[in-house]
Design a protein. Sequence first.
Length: 316
Amino acid sequence: MKNMPLRRRTRWALPAALLVITAATLTACSDDAASSSAKPTAPASTASTASTASASGAAKLSAGPARRMIDNDGHRLAFHVTPGRLPAIVLDAGGGLDSSYWKDLVPRLAAATGSEIITYDRAGLGDSDEVPGPWDVKSAVDDLETGLRELGVTKDVILVSHSQAGEVATCFTRANPDTVSGAVLVDANLPEFFTDEEIARVVAATTPQVDAAKAGPSTKESRQLIATAESYVPVHRAYHQLSWPDGVPVTVIVSEQTPFAQSPEDAQRWRDAAAAFAKAGPGRTLVTADGSSHDVPVDRPDLVLHEIEKMAATRS
């Protein structure tokens, strides 16, 4: 899997919709901070500031990110760090994808902004240890908190979160509003999308995939899919009730095709959810990635880079 080209690996993962597009936060973060009968089809595959880095910083950049293995609660997590200044930009890939998803964007982003760039592998992905049992967003948030704390990054963080990582970003930001100074959510899972009707449609569309995973050999990927599916309904009902903190500015990039390119009704619901999210609070901007599939960072990297740069410039 790790040696597959990004396009091929993404297309392999995307049919497992619960992992990549609508993966559950199997223990929902708490909310103490603030119609067709047809089933949806499974989701389809899917002017910069100059760098002011010093010569030594440029040398570090050319050498590539440095890997740091960080221990948390009995497992190890891989964080990859490109040195730079604040704000620190943390890139978080969607379900079933590891930090290599951002490999082409990281050097461009570091050169354009001069910021510290951090990517990481959530538990069970990339070079990070697999953790048995259901995927728990509270644990995912704790992993990210621990990693950033160990790296000395405890303020002025910009989160860039794709797909499922939008759920991690929502819960992390709610728990750490003073740490996050801004976010760019890239075709991300948003609470507004997960109505009871939409949850039921997604479950119906993906049940054959989950059943096949249960019947087949046990692999890392099948275990993730099964664990994610187990508590999907109650967890996404809880996620639907959450809101983004008003004090943290956020840009929402929505793809033109959406994860549901073969289901016009669900695609429209995805776009409507992004629009509703953008209107629900101050400091929110909605951007459409024209011509893009759900893989906006791959299809429209210049757009993603531009929006991150804009957010970083306002926070500097």
